[in-house]
Design a protein around this ligand. Structure first.
Ligand code: GLN
Length: 543
């Protein structure tokens, strides 16, 4: 029987519910249980794939091609698991399913209602996680905060699950925020009391309350919350903000949360957690290291969450290379106006991440020119690879109008073009080339050296690809197609022959990087970045 732990949030959004669920999952995995995590998103879009990154942050892609919430990235990275498409449910998916069944006649004669039809469909999807992943414990995070109108059907569904599955198979964790009043230097518990009251009025009694704060939380506060919210004092878990993300599981394991969860679920730990690797990781983060400066050139840079997996993958790779990474955000539209170009030239590395639409594209092409001409290590991710190809075709092959047909439909030199299977596609949602595809690596290339493997599988999310008509000319001029699909039809990785490290991937390697297992390509990129920094330092001291 699969056991479920439900996470709800109160007071504010963005207080780290996803990270807390992910870290709790890790604590349980360390005690010998197989775990999976699901996010319930109350918005009406079927998935975040059609939403602007400004609205939603990054779209995290899974092996099976599901386009999901960025919290799934936290789950996969913290717990070191691979999730599937049932692990992200939206109101849109639930309604689409119920309405299509109604049209088919499945409910003939009946009136379709939020309770029970919508709530039943939510419960079916929650139980699917246990069935499809085989996990013994499933952690379910309800998006938004208690009190949101659109979250009600989800809360009702998880409330019913205690009845359906039994008390020993369900646990409830509520996460809140303790505001700090500067004038008196106090942390206030009232908003927490209100949000727990709201939750209880829906019929959910939390077993554990995790309180987040930027300030230390003393025993007195914990006892006060326990008294007013009707939980044991030890079940009020203090979680103070830490600047080191990967320290959170370690900090959380100093609290009784995992033991309380296991007790509630009638389970006993099968092993004692082994935190050796994580302790090492945090020690490495804290140790002073030489610094490198890396640019991320994008058009959503105001919102760092839009590139969260890229940033994390860079941090993992920096740790693996024993350097401190300073990430500098460059707006691609600024580069179009020549703003920041000189500063970009001072960087030790340049990353051009994924993106859609023509805004800022010329600025990204400019960034690729800067990287190529100044021999600055460059890593292009999806769109970033396409940019690298366009730049090379324009500057080296002198194809002045080279472009992607995404940005100029009628260019005579479409070096990046729509994949044949995309020509007939008219719908926007879920119709790209999505998910895991194999890639074969060519002998004697930087890509092959990085992976130390012949065949790899990586996650994709794109419509366009390198146009094979231009492959011979590009290769002749010094661009190596170092990774291709096994049938050789699609170019997956490009790299430059005469450059310390200029490499682009049509896939998104950032989704598979782990804190203690940096992605091979990110690791190789940061290695090149480190070398450049060292050469620059040497030159400075000599000069
Ligand atoms: N817009 C490009 C395409 O669809 C790149 C997509 C991406 O960067 N994820 O091919």
């Amino acid at each position: 029987m699969t056991k479920y732990i439900f996470f709800t949030g109160g007071v504010l959004s963005s207080i780290g519910k996803g990270v807390t669920a992910a870290a709790t999952g890790r604590l349980l995995k360390e005690r010998g249980f197989s775990v999976a995590v699901q996010k319930l998103d109350p918005y009406i879009n079927v998935d975040p794939g059609t939403m602007s990154p400004y609205q939603h942050g990054e779209v995290f892609v899974l092996d099976d091609g599901a386009e999901t919430d960025l919290d799934l990235g936290h789950y996969e990275r913290f717990i070191d698991i691979r999730l599937n498409k049932v692990c992200n449910v939206t109101t849109g998916q639930v309604y689409a399913e119920v309405i299509s069944r109604e049209r088919r006649g499945d409910y003939l004669g009946g009136t379709i209602q939020v309770i029970p039809h919508i709530t039943n469909e939510i419960k079916r999807r929650v139980r699917m996680v246990g069935k499809t992943t085989g996990a013994e414990i499933v952690l379910v995070e309800v998006g938004g905060t208690v009190g949101d109108i659109e979250g009600l059907p989800f809360l009702e569904a998880i409330r019913q699950m205690r009845f359906d599955l039994g008390r020993e198979n369900t646990a409830y964790v509520h996460l809140t925020w303790l505001p700090h009043i500067g004038a008196t230097g106090e942390l206030k518990t009232k908003p927490t009391q209100h949000s727990v009251r709201e939750l209880r009025s829906i019929g959910i009694l939390p077993d554990v309350i995790v309180t987040r704060s930027d300030y230390p939380i003393d025993k007195g506060i914990q006892e006060k919350i326990a008294l007013f919210c009707d939980v044991d004092a030890e079940a009020v878990i203090p979680m103070e903000t830490t600047p080191i993300l990967y320290e959170i599981p370690l900090k959380l394991d100093k609290t009784p949360i995992a033991d309380l969860m296991l007790q509630r679920l009638n389970l006993t730990a099968r092993k004692t957690p082994d935190w050796t690797e994580w302790d090492q990781l945090v020690a490495d983060v804290k140790r002073p290291k030489p610094a490198v400066n890396v640019a991320i050139v994008g058009k959503y840079v105001e919102l760092h969450d839009a590139y969260i997996s890229v940033r994390e993958a860079l941090i993992h790779a920096a740790l693996a290379n024993c350097v401190e990474i300073n990430i500098h955000w460059f707006h691609s539209t600024d580069l179009e106006k020549e703003e920041g170009v000189e500063k970009l030239k001072e960087m030790d590395g340049i990353v051009v991440p994924g993106g859609f639409g023509s805004r800022g594209v010329e600025g990204k092409i400019k960034a690729a020119t800067v990287a190529r001409e100044n021999k600055i290590p460059y890593l292009g991710l999806c769109l970033g690879m396409q940019i690298m190809v366009i730049e090379f075709a324009r500057s080296v092959l002198q194809y002045d109008s080279a472009n992607s047909s995404e940005f100029n439909r009628s260019t005579p030199e479409p070096v990046i073009d729509l994949m044949p299977e995309q020509h007939e596609v008219t719908e926007m949602g879920g119709t790209m080339r999505l998910g895991l595809y194999p890639c074969q690596l060519r002998e004697g290339t930087k890509a092959r050296e990085a992976y130390q493997q012949v065949l790899v599988e990586e996650r994709h999310r794109h419509r366009f690809e390198l146009n094979n008509d231009f492959r011979p000319a590009l290769e002749e001029a010094g661009m190596i197609c170092s990774g291709v699909s096994p049938d050789n039809r699609l170019v997956e990785i490009t790299e430059l022959r005469d450059h310390p490290f200029m490499l682009g991937t049509q896939f998104h390697p950032e989704f598979l990087s782990r804190p203690n297992r940096a992605h091979p390509l990110f690791k190789a990129f940061v290695h090149a970045v480190r070398e450049r920094m060292e050469i620059k330092l040497e030159q400075q001291t000599e000069g």
